[in-house]
Design a protein around this ligand. Structure first.
Ligand SMILES: N[C@@H](CCC(=O)N[C@@H](CS)C(=O)NCC(=O)O)C(=O)O
Length: 216
């Protein structure tokens, strides 16, 4: 039986993506938490696992590491195909990946802790400046996401049809950061509806930040 260890942080939304996928698939794993603010992900021991110094990293049987949350999700879906996190048709998979990437490629990376810290340390960005930066890019992505989800016929109870996919995982996880930055979500009625379905599912609850052992 494969042994998984997830190197992650309770508040990290990319980590939440992986925790939810593991929970949806009913996979047990060891939890290893790293507090990001004091820099527990910076020492060499962790950089040996993940030279980017980012969480999450999934360790398999104590010898193999996969980094990058979306690569981990794809791996888990291939190796543990049931229940699937991607649709059966190529077009459906392309749509779900495209929805995911609005968040994972275009919103999250430019709002990550190290980016906000860089703005603060090198451009004297205040807490308000950092919030404005976050909200600008989050709204840009969520406006497009809402337009697509509200108008595309493939949208169902969830982002794609009536079962959760990787797109719902990305959406649900990103919402924790939106809430932390006080983002006004009233314009996003389809997203709110889908998010409500997600937040009632056990696997999504299991992956939520405050339900992790390192949550303080
Ligand atoms: N694209 C990467 C991003 C990982 C990432 O940025 N993780 C954040 C937490 S959500 C992190 O480790 N931040 C630490 C830092 O910015 O120093 C993924 O999806 O895994």
């Amino acid at each position: 039986m494969v042994k998984y260890t997830l190197h992650n942080y309770f508040r990290s939304t990319t980590s939440a993506r992986v925790r939810i996928a593991l929970a949806i698939k009913g996979i047990d794993y060891n939890y290893k938490g790293y507090a990001l603010l004091p820099g527990e992900h910076k020492p060499k021991a962790y950089l040996n696992l993940n030279p980017q110094g980012l969480v999450p990293s999934l360790e398999i049987d104590g010898k193999t590491i996969i980094t990058q949350s979306m690569a981990i999700l794809e791996y888990l879906d291939e190796v543990h195909p049931s229940p699937p996190l991607l649709p059966t048709s190529a077009l459906g998979r392309a749509r779900v990946r495209s929805l995911c990437q609005i968040i994972s490629t275009d919103i999250h990376p430019i709002n990550n802790l190290r980016i906000l810290q860089y703005l603060e340390n090198n451009f004297e960005a205040s807490a308000d400046d950092k919030k404005a930066w976050y909200l600008n890019w989050a709204h840009a992505g969520f406006e497009a996401l809402e337009t697509r989800l509200a108008n595309e016929p493939e949208t169902g109870k969830f982002c794609h049809g009536n079962t959760p996919t990787m797109a719902d995982i990305c959406l649900y996880a990103q919402m924790f950061n939106n809430t932390r930055f006080g983002m006004d979500m009233r314009a996003y009625s389809t997203i709110i509806r889908i998010h409500k379905h997600c937040e009632n599912l056990e696997a999504f609850i299991a992956g939520a930040p405050l339900n992790q052992p390192d949550a303080k």
